[in-house]
Design a protein around this ligand. Structure first.
Ligand SMILES: Cc1cc2nc3c(=O)[nH]c(=O)nc-3n(C[C@H](O)[C@H](O)[C@H](O)COP(=O)(O)OP(=O)(O)OC[C@H]3O[C@@H](n4cnc5c(N)ncnc54)[C@H](O)[C@@H]3O)c2cc1C
Length: 337
């Protein structure tokens, strides 16, 4: 396909801001990649791989080449008595892949139901929800290494997965993920300890959870709590939950006894960013076209044709107010361009 010029990105990312790409093309097969990257390198232009645009904020025209990942396919690679190994194209819709597994009764990704985006983006920030992260069922990731100009398959441990992070975040734009290999369980161990899941299963009198029951519970919780990007522009949680030291936590809890936090090691605590933002008075607050979602303060919403810059400035105000009240610097989860 020829490279298109001056393309609107409005319908290609979930914030729906009317920003543009100087150049645009799609990647439909692994053969497309090297040619496109070579083209951008020769022109000394930056490039950006776009999935479903559900974790991105464009604040201006992207002066370079945007490549939308469209490599498709779900293939069974191997099956044993207890496990199924799948190789999934990076352009597949994440929830479609989850539904495929749920329908087969294979466990592992059901807690990650209804997360927007593509399969190829899931390893980038190691998507997570309701006690499960993508890394828990990723066996390996296949990618085009733009530094070495060759394809590589990185095992789970090579991907350096952490909380909303991975090798692909540390080495931004080096790897173009083309497929992800997953291990699914035929006799899954269900992760139902998360309060809201327990509650929904209890309401439905579901004493023997199944992959399908958990997926349905997660879909119900998410639909009630999160804004639908098709109706209100957003990119899910805008900020990460910050990590602080035990001594900082002890100082904070003395001042704010209601703070929501949990230990992640002997020395470190993770703080609920949503609680910090809500305590600063942002929940439900709207300024111009931008707001902090009334049901979940981690989510910034585009109420009405906001520009990317307006959304960015709003997020900056939140960061500053949290810093001045708690002396904690919030980090954006959303990738800003
Ligand atoms: C309503 C809503 C709820 C959400 N809930 C959650 C949640 O519960 N948990 C969670 O973790 N996230 C959540 N998210 C964030 C988002 O869905 C995930 O981060 C998702 O994985 C992004 O996928 P994407 O295809 O849209 O990536 P994009 O937004 O298109 O891209 C994100 C980043 O990954 C890079 N990238 C994308 N594809 C590739 C590829 N194939 N190779 C190399 N780089 C690539 C991009 O360049 C960019 O830097 C939510 C978002 C929304 C809108």
């Amino acid at each position: 396909m020829p490279i298109a010029e001056n393309i609107s990105l409005q319908a290609l990312h979930t914030f729906g801001c009317n920003e543009k790409a100087q150049y645009f093309n799609t990647i439909q097969s692994i053969e497309d990649i090297a040619t496109h990257i070579q083209w951008a390198k020769e022109k000394k232009l930056p490039y950006l791989i776009l999935g479903a645009g559900s974790n991105l904020l464009f604040t201006k025209t992207f002066e370079g080449l945007v490549l939308k990942m469209e490599i498709m396919g779900i293939k069974k690679v191997q099956e044993t008595a207890s496990e199924v190994f799948l190789s999934v194209g990076a352009g597949e819709n994440w929830h479609h892949f989850v539904s495929y597994c749920v329908h087969k009764g294979w466990g592992g990704v059901e807690n990650l139901s209804l997360i927007p985006g593509t399969v190829g983006a899931a390893p980038i920030q190691n998507i997570g929800a309701y006690g499960v992260e993508a890394k828990d069922c990723i066996e390996s990731v296949t990618a085009y290494d733009t530094t070495m100009s060759s394809f590589v398959t990185l095992t789970n441990s090579h991907c350096l997965f952490g909380y909303r992070s991975s090798l692909f975040k540390h080495e931004k734009n080096r790897y173009i993920i083309t497929s992800v290999q997953f291990i699914l369980q035929k006799q899954p161990i269900f992760r139902t300890e998360y309060g809201a899941i327990k509650e929904v299963l209890h309401q439905k009198n579901n004493k023997q959870p199944s992959v399908e029951a958990i997926s349905n519970a997660v879909i119900q919780i998410r639909t009630e709590k999160l804004p639908d990007p098709k109706k209100i522009g957003n990119a899910g949680s805008f900020f990460k939950n910050p990590t602080i030291s035990k001594s900082e936590f002890e100082n904070l809890i003395a001042l704010f006894p209601k703070i929501i936090a949990f230990p992640i090691s002997d020395e470190l605590y993770k703080i609920a960013a949503g609680w910090l933002i809500e305590t600063c008075g942002w929940k439900g607050l709207q300024k111009g076209n931008v707001g902090c979602y009334e049901k979940q303060s981690l989510v910034i919403v585009n109420y009405n044709h906001a520009t990317g810059k307006e959304i960015y400035d709003f997020s900056e105000e939140i960061i500053q107010s949290v810093q001045s009240k708690f002396n904690i610097l919030l980090e954006r989860e959303v990738v800003v361009y």
